[in-house]
Design a protein around this ligand. Structure first.
Ligand code: 5RP
Length: 262
């Protein structure tokens, strides 16, 4: 099977493929959710099969758990793992300090719990996710279903005194019915356009009754692997202050990645 990847898919793919090199024998690894993370899981499955790589994976969603099992990765729960060596996950936006917006795929709660229970989090993303200031992507906030409209009003009131450009939010839908997360909650997508003080916003949101968690990942990630449409990848480490550049070729047998629908 050969199929041409679009430049964005190619960028996601090379970022995921390069990130898979960071996974070593014996590691307990947090497996992110989304199309970029799905490529990572497929690549790790390939390494398990071809190299006999021995890892235990903690998935951040039922979707990722299904895929990980399908490709032959041993899946364990976070409670079984207790602590992880590494989590690799995608993002909807990242800034120069590697603060992130996540949750476009609706898995932000498990993603944040898993990432914060890890020695290291590597974000994998195509270059289009890079922003000067977070906020163009609507910020997902996971809320309890009970009284969600009251929670939405309280969020709107809190936003008025915060450094953001917009105050509107929308209940995420799945067709005609509200989208329900793996934890049985709803998601409100906040149209903020620009987030001036992400740390303050994250703290204020989490103090509102009914809010379970928000999609801002502040100081959680210290390495980014950024993919470009032409196969280039950049490894950015904000602790070391280094940027390493590389280029990967998408080979024909890599096209097993193209049949992902996530
Ligand atoms: C899921 C996420 C994803 O990492 C984020 O939405 C990026 O997805 P993709 O890799 O498909 O662009 O946060 O909750």
């Amino acid at each position: 099977m050969t199929a041409e990847l679009s430049p964005i898919d190619n960028a996601k793919f090379v970022a995921a493929k390069r990130a898979a090199d960071f996974v070593e024998n014996g590691m307990k690894v947090g497996l992110g959710t989304g199309s970029t993370a799905a490529w990572l899981v497929r690549r790790l499955g390939e390494r398990v099969r071809d190299e006999g790589l021995k890892i235990k994976g903690v998935p951040t969603s039922t979707r990722t758990a299904e895929l990980a099992r399908e490709v032959g990765i041993e899946v364990i729960t976070l409670d079984e793992a207790r602590w992880l060596d590494l989590t690799i996950d995608g993002a909807d936006e990242f800034d120069g300090d590697l603060n992130l917006i996540k949750g476009g795929g609706g898995a932000l709660l498990q993603e944040k719990i898993v990432a914060t229970a890890s020695d290291r989090m590597i974000v994998i993303a195509d270059i289009g996710k890079q922003v000067e200031t977070l906020g163009a992507f609507p910020l997902p906030v996971e809320v309890i279903r009970f009284g969600w409209q009251v929670t939405q009003t309280l969020i709107g009131e809190a936003l008025v005194s915060l450094d953001v450009l917009g105050h509107d939010s929308a209940l995420r839908m799945n067709g005609d019915t509200p989208f329900v997360t793996d934890e049985g909650n709803y998601i409100l997508d906040l149209q903020l356009h620009r987030i001036g003080h992400a740390r303050q916003l994250a703290m204020v949101l989490n103090q509102i009754a009914g809010v379970v968690e928000n999609g801002l990942f502040i100081d959680i990630c210290d390495t980014a692997i950024v993919g470009f449409g032409d196969g280039r990848v950049e490894l950015r480490d904000i602790n070391e202050g280094t940027i390493e550049r590389d280029r990967l070729d998408v080979q024909e047998n890599d096209n097993l990645f193209t049949d992902l629908t996530d």
